[in-house]
Write a protein that binds this ligand. Structure first.
Ligand code: FES
Ligand code: FES
Length: 398
């Protein structure tokens, strides 16, 4: 993993990513900026075009790590942009889109043409847009829309910007990445637990993904906080988790078994526990590796307990952060992982409630965390929603 610091849509962003992560995946998966579309993922169709240091670039063939220190603008960052606003109106007026899949990339490229072409020369517009493919509308409406915006701006005496603000030749973004990269430390790669998780040395880290969850328990906060101190009890409520030795707050050693389709992994690792009785909050941070799938993970769970119903019940706020590398990291998509996390936390809450109510016998958490069974449940719920709508003829929630 490499930590990448850059500006996205005028906001400073610092996140870790695999060196092979494309800029398109980085903005879509880590920042939820899904207006950047992926068509060919080979640098041919232009659907993924973004502005890199003000210049259009193919984000599917640009490494995010190569954009260290760069200014990235996605279509979402052009919401308030004057030229883009004029282009959106012109695209609507000239019927320049049908499915709209190519449109974000088309608008980013068109904006660059409006910015720098001296006049609305059709040939130059067509050449300028030749790197953006539209599979349904054709180009007549698109070219007309761009032409009309250039004509209107030049008629208002808005002068073209020579070279669209480009200051140097060479691949887009090539100027700044190298200079700033040498000043920044590369985040330490995840090492096997046996090497790095020695007592007292479980490292802090910045999670690549953070999921927030909340659930309530019908027990007072003090009782729930005491329960969170019972590491063995908490482990028993977590599907797939088992301890290898009696836990101590500064070091808990254990195993998490995960099955995802044909992939079975057993993450062996260690964690440390921090608690703050004054704020009824705490943190568990851990590291683990699976030798078979060559996957590694660092994770942390932060929790905060809030009294409800005059202290008779407790709201548990969880923030789950993790960074996963290796084979398993290839499989998960953020939306799916969010659904899974929601489901897992619900199971954990139910087990916890049973445990605290003294009804845990015979209700132990499964010995293996089966993503497949959870995915099946998620899909079943989704299908039920879809067919429910089809049969009732209603589009909204029922
Ligand atoms: S998805 Fe990047 S050029 Fe096609
Ligand atoms: S409008 Fe559908 S691909 Fe261009």
């Amino acid at each position: 993993m490499t930590t990448i610091a850059l500006q996205v849509n005028r906001r400073a962003v610092e996140l870790s990513a695999e060196p092979r992560t494309s800029l398109a995946d980085f903005v879509r998966d880590k920042l939820d900026l899904t207006g950047t579309h992926l068509g060919c993922e080979h640098g041919v169709c232009g659907a993924c075009t973004v502005l890199l240091d003000g210049v259009p670039a193919r984000s599917c063939i640009t490494y995010a790590a190569a954009c260290e220190g760069a200014d990235v603008t996605t279509i979402e960052g052009l919401d308030e942009d004057e030229i883009s606003t004029e282009l959106r109106a012109a695209f609507t007026r000239e019927h320049a889109l049908q499915c709209g899949y190519c449109t974000p990339g088309m608008l980013v490229s068109a904006r660059d043409l409006v910015l720098r072409l001296p006049d609305a020369d059709e040939r130059r517009i067509r050449v300028g847009l030749s790197g953006n493919l539209c599979r349904c509308t054709g180009y007549v409406g698109i070219v007309r829309a761009v032409q009309s915006v250039i004509e209107a701006r030049r008629a208002r005496n808005v002068a073209p910007l020579a070279d669209g603000g480009r200051t140097s030749l060479g691949p887009v973004g090539s100027g700044r990445a190298t200079a700033s990269r040498s000043e920044r430390p590369v985040q330490q790669a995840l090492a096997p637990a046996s090497e790095s998780a020695t007592p007292g040395s479980i490292p802090d880290f910045t999670p690549a993904t953070v999921l927030d969850q909340r659930f309530t328990l019908a027990h007072p906060p003090a009782k729930v906080f005491a329960m969170f101190d019972d590491i063995a009890g908490i482990a028993a409520c977590l599907p797939g988790v088992s301890l290898k030795s009696p836990p101590r707050p500064e070091r808990v050693e254990g195993l998490i078994r995960v099955r995802l389709g044909p992939i079975a992994a057993a993450f062996e690792g260690a964690a440390r526990v921090e608690r703050d009785p004054a704020t009824l909050s705490g943190r568990i941070v851990g590291i683990g590796t699976d030798q078979r799938s060559h996957s590694a993970t660092q994770g942390e769970i932060r929790y905060r307990l809030l009294p409800l119903e005059n202290g008779a019940a407790t709201a548990v706020e969880l923030s789950i952060g993790y960074t996963l590398t290796g084979m398993l990291a290839q499989v998960g998509r953020p939306g799916l992982v969010r659904d899974l996390a929601k489901r897992l936390v619900a199971e954990f809450a139910a087990n916890l409630d049973r445990h605290m109510s003294g009804a845990s016998s015979g209700q132990a958490a499964p010995a293996e965390l089966s993503f497949w069974s959870i995915v099946s449940d998620v899909l079943r719920a989704l299908l039920a929603r879809i067919f429910g709508r089809a049969f009732t003829g209603r589009g909204g929630a029922q």
